[in-house]
Design a protein. Structure first.
Length: 134
């Protein structure tokens, strides 16, 4: 549990994402300006298979919401992430995504099942506690 401002600060420090998850090899900004309409960063993901994703900022309303487009393997993902305070020291993160296009690569196993709606689980991705990175 953590307050909205802290959750926002940790989430939007994208170059530190590899410290919180071994799914990322690196994340770096591609533009000098950050978190403005049209600015971009890229990340190299190692899971479920190595691929580089480009993120383009579509909207940014600190500390409440960010929206971006993700480009990778023939797919464009429009993603919204909202940070909702639920008490003084708790924040709910709500995210949604729309996938557009057809992958140029086969997406293996549980990730493919999740993206195609065949996952048996709850569809949630677990993230580390903000308390661990504060």
């Amino acid at each position: 549990a953590a307050p909205q401002e802290l959750v926002w600060r940790v989430f939007t420090d994208v170059e530190r994402w590899p410290l919180y998850s071994d799914m990322y090899e690196f994340v770096r900004w591609q533009t000098a300006e950050r978190w403005r309409l049209g600015t971009s960063f890229e990340g190299r993901m190692l899971w479920p298979f190595p691929l580089t994703m480009r993120y383009v900022i579509m909207d940014y309303r600190a500390p409440h919401e960010v929206r971006w487009l993700v480009h990778a393997i023939g797919i464009v993902i429009e993603r919204w992430t909202r940070f909702i305070p639920i008490g003084a020291d708790r924040t709910e993160i709500v995210t949604s995504a729309i996938f557009i296009g057809k992958s140029t690569e086969e997406i293996p196993g549980e990730v493919g099942d999740l993206l195609l709606g065949h996952a048996g689980g709850d569809g949630l991705i677990r993230i580390p506690s903000v308390d661990d990175v504060a």
